[in-house]
Design a protein around this ligand. Structure first.
Ligand code: CP
Ligand code: NVA
Length: 308
């Protein structure tokens, strides 16, 4: 069963195949209106359940549009609408959904929900974000980097800010696709040691550098994310802002990176917090290409899951 749970759990050659297929599917749609179907309809007759236990704009819309472009149908479900939020076990929910739908995408809090869903479902399960990782986002980010600058292999990526769920998937991709990653942020918010270890074991250089300007020296790509994630308690907001303020991505920080360095953010962004508008709207920024590429990358992920 081809579950898409995390980047480090998928063979590198398979990941490369998914990214290449996303680029080809995107190219095949050039000049076509968003609502026009793809020429081939690989998901014709297929039903996809999209489960959201947290808010979403990009993941929700890009999966929904992607399925429709490929000829399939979607069903949007919120955790609270389902019995899942009222005591039915994940395992039973997974078994029941498998009798109705061909593919399940779930955005949830604890990753154990995703793992249990995949263990008991008879259909592929896709990780649409957990507190711990966000692999679909990073597939889109790799596609975006390579569109603008060519192969990511051997490049230097710098993550500035919170070593959160999106950063974790970037670390997984570093190991699997062969690029170096430097994390710069406060020690309390370092990425998980297990994920750093995994990437290092794969042979890439993973560095921790507390000085953001030193960190971005030689960077090909600078990435950040919100200072307070959906799973973080709002009471931690002020403390996090104070710790993370030195890691804001602004023009001065970008000036310390390579002259042709790109800037990425998974969005939603909090302008003038983790990133200034000058950078978000500036020449290095590819944030809206990233958002678009969620669509193309996830279409390729769904085809891979279904073997189509
Ligand atoms: N980047 C991302 O996953 O955005 P949403 O939370 O809007 O889905
Ligand atoms: N780190 C953010 C990503 C949102 C797409 C969060 O988990 O809220």
């Amino acid at each position: 069963m081809n579950h898409f749970l995390d980047i480090h759990k998928i063979d590198s050659a398979e990941l490369r195949g998914i990214i290449d297929s996303a680029a080809a599917m995107k190219a095949a749609r050039q000049g076509r209106a968003r609502g026009m179907p793809d020429d081939d309809q690989p998901l014709a007759g297929q039903m996809v359940a999209l489960i959201f236990e947290k808010p979403s704009t990009r993941t929700r819309v890009s999966f929904d549009v992607g399925v429709r472009q490929m000829g399939g149908q979607t069903m949007l479900l919120s955790g609270t609408d389902m019995q899942l939020g009222h005591g039915e076990t994940i395992a039973d929910t997974a078994r029941v959904l498998s009798r109705y739908v061909d593919l399940i995408m779930i955005r949830t809090f604890d990753e154990s929900v995703l793992i249990e869903m995949a263990e008991y479902a008879d259909v592929p399960v896709i990780n649409g974000l957990t507190d711990r990782t966000h692999p679909c986002q990073i597939m889109a980010d790799i596609l975006t980097y390579e569109e603008h600058r060519g192969p990511i292999k051997g490049r230097k990526v710098v993550w500035s800010g919170d070593g959160n769920n999106v950063c974790a998937s970037m670390l997984h991709a570093a190991g699997q696709l062969g690029f170096d990653l430097t994390f710069t942020g406060p020690a309390q918010l370092d990425p998980e040691a297990e994920f750093i270890g995994l990437a290092r074991k794969a042979g890439v250089t993973i560095q921790i550098e507390r000085d953001p300007h030193k960190a971005v020296a030689g960077a090909d790509l600078v990435v950040t994310d919100t200072w307070v994630s959906m799973h973080d308690s709002q009471s931690a907001k002020e403390r996090r802002h104070n710790m993370l303020r030195p890691y804001q991505v602004n023009d001065a920080l970008m000036a310390s990176a390579k002259p042709d360095a790109l800037f990425m953010h998974c969005l939603p962004a909090h302008r003038e917090e983790e990133v200034t508008s000058a950078v978000m709207d500036g020449p290095a920024s590819v944030v809206f290409d990233e958002a678009e590429n969620r669509l193309h990358a996830q279409k390729a992920v769904m085809r891979w899951c279904l073997g189509l």
